[in-house]
Design a protein around this ligand. Structure first.
Ligand code: GLA
Length: 409
């Protein structure tokens, strides 16, 4: 429980202050429980009006990232339909760093990135894509490379010089640092470069960034790391279905400009069936989550490509209303989810988490619709038109599978 003691300063004390300070706050508990920021000077950067889309190196390549991987990924994304479908950012995650130079500027690891970051950014931009990079609010990244603590403005300046468009900012080696302060400092540093840089907060949800992150960043991780498994907690990581349960209740906090981030996609990494990957992708779209592919997009199977490039499902994620869909009914292992859409319609998701096929029926009141209304239906995975539907929609759903329906008038 936060107890906050606010001592108003006297007029005499105020006159002695160099900067205008209206109240002095004494906190007697964990600073990470601070209330949402009320700083009126802090404004959102205007980016990410729909959930960011792109690719990140971590889920597939972890610390084995290098220039060849990034160039190959850029080539693939520009030509395999991903760019046309909206995947935009190529984000180099951890382990790209070299040391700091004599003036404290961060350099790239020249063994892994012999051409340097500026040339790599130019290459990505020439393909019509955008360039993302990774750092950490502490003294070291999670992979043990130099963190940005104490170098925020210098690092932001260096990224801007390299042409960076996106920063993922992690939370390892932060000690007792206050999360809101740490992320606000880097947000201010990015703003000072005058380059539009999307800011991705990777603080794992520890100090509830959904309460204070809206004017600081464009997306915030709500959980620990995803892993290419169906459910459960595996060390520090979570299976796909378990991540969904952690991210789902946060639906009121997502809106254009700032999104809940249940972590990057595992689609195509081999640990799940295609049915499960379709469910994974559908649930991310229902939750208006950033769609950051995490597989080897230069060597993916046709089945993986069909999932990542399903334009009907992507359109649900990218809907301009920006509402995060959520669960409206659960019966044992069967769930009904709804996402309100900009055209006044709904996207309906029937999700069977059980081990046997199950029939799931959603009636209109569960979707917030009057019983008398009839709506047009379209199945977003079979792409079949379902004609006009009234009162309810039901379907048999495969184990661990989904049926995803767009309802519109
Ligand atoms: C943390 C993050 C991951 C990834 C790794 C890199 O675990 O949550 O997404 O960036 O660090 O070391």
């Amino acid at each position: 429980m936060l107890r906050r003691v606010i001592r108003p300063l006297t007029a005499a004390a105020l006159m002695l202050q160099a900067a205008p300070v209206l109240a002095q706050e004494v906190l007697d508990t964990d600073p990470n429980t601070l209330a949402p920021s009320k700083d009126p000077k802090r404004t959102a950067n205007g980016l990410a009006q729909t959930p960011p889309m792109g690719w990140n190196s971590w889920n597939k390549f972890a610390c084995n990232v290098n220039e060849a991987v990034i160039r190959k990924t850029a080539d693939a994304m520009a030509s395999n339909g991903m760019k046309a479908a909206g995947y935009e950012y190529i984000v180099i995650d951890d382990c790209w760093h070299g040391t700091r130079d004599a003036n404290g500027f961060i350099t790239e690891d020249r063994t892994r990135f012999p051409g340097g970051m500026k040339a790599l950014g130019d290459y990505i931009h020439a393909k019509g894509l955008k360039f993302g990079i990774y750092s950490d609010a502490g003294t070291k990244t999670c992979g043990g490379r130099p963190g940005s603590q104490g170098h925020e403005y210098q690092d932001a300046l260096q990224y801007a010089r390299w042409g960076v468009d996106y920063l993922k900012y992690d939370w390892c080696s932060t000690g007792v640092r206050n999360a809101e302060e740490a992320y606000a400092t880097m947000a201010d540093a990015l703003r000072a470069t005058e380059r539009p840089i999307l800011f991705s907060l990777c603080e794992w949800g520890n100090s509830r960034p959904w309460l204070w992150g809206a004017k600081i960043g464009n997306m915030w991780r709500t959980t620990g790391d995803i892993t290419d498994k169906w459910e459960g907690k595996h060390g520090y990581s979570w299976g796909v279905a378990s991540i969904v349960d952690l991210n789902e209740p946060l639906w009121p906090f997502a809106a254009p400009g700032h999104w809940n981030d249940p972590d990057m996609l595992e689609v195509g990494n081999g640990g799940l069936s295609d049915t499960e990957y379709r469910a994974h992708f559908s649930l991310w779209a229902m939750m208006a989550a950033p769609l950051i592919a995490g597989n080897d997009v230069a060597g993916m199977s046709a089945a993986t490509r069909d999932i990542l490039l399903n334009k009907d499902v992507i359109a649900v994620d990218q809907d301009s209303l920006g509402a995060q869909g959520h669960r409206v009914a659960r019966d044992g292992k069967q769930e009904i989810w709804v996402k309100p859409m900009a055209d006044g319609g709904r996207t309906l998701l029937l999700w069977n988490r059980g081990e046997a096929p199950a029939r799931i029926v959603a009636d209109w009141p569960k979707l917030g619709l009057p019983t008398g209304i009839s709506l047009h239906g379209r199945n977003l995975w079979t792409h079949k038109d379902l004609g006009r539907l009234s009162k309810s929609y039901g379907a048999e759903v495969a184990p661990h599978g989904v049926v995803m329906i767009r309802l519109f008038s």
